[in-house]
Design a protein around this ligand. Structure first.
Ligand SMILES: Cc1cc2nc3c(=O)[nH]c(=O)nc-3n(C[C@H](O)[C@H](O)[C@H](O)COP(=O)(O)O)c2cc1C
Length: 465
């Protein structure tokens, strides 16, 4: 069943996928049940994040193709080479006067980290993951969200970053997304925020606008990887231009005035986040959602002040950053998630990401959360454990800004190596945390952290490893 080697477009070879697959099979808490077990493409679904996934009628490779897909895609081999070039040379490293290698140690996973006025208890963070679970479609989080986030707080995560939270109804990825566009939503978030904070974890929220990737289906309403029809609660999406993403419905190009209006929506949502008690804000500038649609040279062909040159393409995200920074206190950390490359020839790449990170920092961003892909359709992504870490490391080093690493980080020692090697200041554990909310407690045990120093809730100490 698990033949991933069909005319491989991914990473030039199926070996990598097989390796990843074996890793997944070996994962201690993996639940081999239900449709995934029967579905030959479930792994690709997992790899490609769940917010969009091609239907089961496509081949394994075209599933990847479809997820990130584009007509302007760079070749697969070249993307693999990009990754290869970014790997740190084994020969490098600091040496003492006698020429012997000096062990340079970055932070331990369980060291706290301070960003502005917020000290986060460790460097294992929950990344934003859309749960598509607002069945009332009113943008208000539910008891499910309480359980989901508070249990990860009890599980020992340092920072819980709440899923993509829309700044307007049209900014949702799906009709079942959460939001912060009205005050009822503030009230609904408050008890969740309070619940997480009581566990000793910190909690931030990812504010986003889906742009042309909005109004898509999800597990509860269907239309997976497609637009939800208007008569079923979908909406006319908006974008940097009127060109659609993949098979989605065409967006309407935003007017210059409307772009400014969305800047204000981000500011207002940030103020609501503060009022709900969130301790950090992350802007969703990755995966082809609105901010990244404006940043990407392949997508943003606008002719007004928000399109064209790098400076013009950066105008919208920087205005959003300025507006949000102004709305929140000086002690509150502001982060931004970016896709460090769109994996497409002539598109957004690492160099632009480094330049952007420098600008973000100047404008008051405290940490860049480094992901990749999802911006243009038709590309191939060389997915493997740590595949995005080299991008974090480069941005950290060249833009001199704190970063997180994310993507296929599943094992405690693997995670610990990333912070120890100064490739990132914190790591994010996504899908592995969906199957194991107590991942950090298990990691503490594996890394030999004494129980009294591990992030156990008092009530749970008697059950410690
Ligand atoms: C169910 C699911 C929902 C996701 N939703 C979001 C999201 O709301 N915002 C975001 O920036 N990334 C989202 N992602 C991407 C994750 O934050 C993370 O970058 C990705 O899963 C890779 O990390 P992992 O290999 O540890 O899972 C989502 C991923 C999953 C699996």
């Amino acid at each position: 069943m698990c033949d991933f080697g069909l005319k491989p477009r991914l990473a030039g070879d199926s070996v990598m996928i097989r390796r990843a697959f074996n890793g997944w099979l070996g994962a201690r808490h993996y639940n081999m049940s239900g449709t995934r077990n029967r579905h030959p493409y479930w792994l690709l679904h997992e790899i490609c994040e769940c917010d969009v996934f091609a239907d089961s009628g496509v081949s394994a490779n075209s599933a990847i193709w479809h997820r990130y897909g584009s007509d302007k895609a760079g070749s697969m081999a070249s993307n693999e080479e990009v990754l290869e070039e970014l790997q740190p040379s084994k020969k490098k490293g600091k040496r003492n006067r006698e020429g012997k290698k000096v062990r340079e140690r970055g932070a331990h996973l369980f060291d706290p980290i301070t960003l502005r006025g917020l000290t986060i208890r460790n460097r294992i963070w929950l990344p934003p993951m859309d749960m598509y679970s607002v069945y009332e479609r009113d943008g208000k989080p539910t008891p499910f969200h309480y359980q989901h986030y508070v249990s990860r707080g009890l599980g020992g995560f340092g920072l819980i970053m709440v899923e993509a939270t829309a700044v307007s109804p049209e900014g949702r990825i799906s009709p079942c997304d959460v939001g912060l566009w009205n005050d009822d939503q503030v009230e609904a978030w408050r008890w969740i925020v309070e619940g997480v904070r009581q566990t000793g974890a910190s909690i931030g929220v990812q504010l986003g606008h889906a742009g042309r990737k909005g109004s898509t289906g999800c597990f509860s309403i269907g239309h997976i990887a497609q637009s939800v029809p208007l008569e079923e609660g979908g909406w006319q999406t908006v974008g940097a231009t009127d060109v659609p993403y993949g098979r989605y419905a065409a967006p309407r190009a935003l007017t210059t005035e409307e772009v400014r209006g969305i800047v204000s929506q981000f500011r207002d949502a940030a103020m609501r986040a503060v009022s709900a008690g969130f301790q950090a804000i992350e802007l969703h500038g990755a995966h082809g959602y609105l901010l990244s649609q404006f940043m990407d040279p392949l997508i943003n062909t606008r002719e007004d002040e928000y399109g064209g040159s790098f400076d013009n393409r950066m105008r919208f995200p920087l205005e959003v950053i300025d507006a949000v920074r102004e709305a929140i206190s000086d002690t509150m950390p502001l982060m931004i998630r970016i896709s460090a490359t769109d994996w497409a020839a002539g598109g957004w790449d690492l160099d632009q990401s480094i330049d952007a990170a420098k600008l973000f920092k100047e404008h008051g961003v405290d940490l860049v959360d480094v992901s990749t892909g999802g911006i243009v359709s038709g590309v191939t992504v060389p997915v493997q454990p740590n595949y995005q870490v080299p991008f974090s490391a480069q941005i950290r080093q060249k833009a001199e800004v704190p970063v997180t690493a994310v993507g296929f980080i599943t094992r405690p020692k693997q995670a610990q190596k990333i912070t120890r090697n100064r490739q990132a200041d914190a790591v994010q554990i996504g899908r592995a945390a969906l199957r194991d909310p107590y991942w950090p407690l298990r990691a503490a045990h594996k890394l030999g952290i004494p129980v009294e120093k591990a992030p156990y809730a008092d009530q749970y100490v008697r059950g410690a490893y």
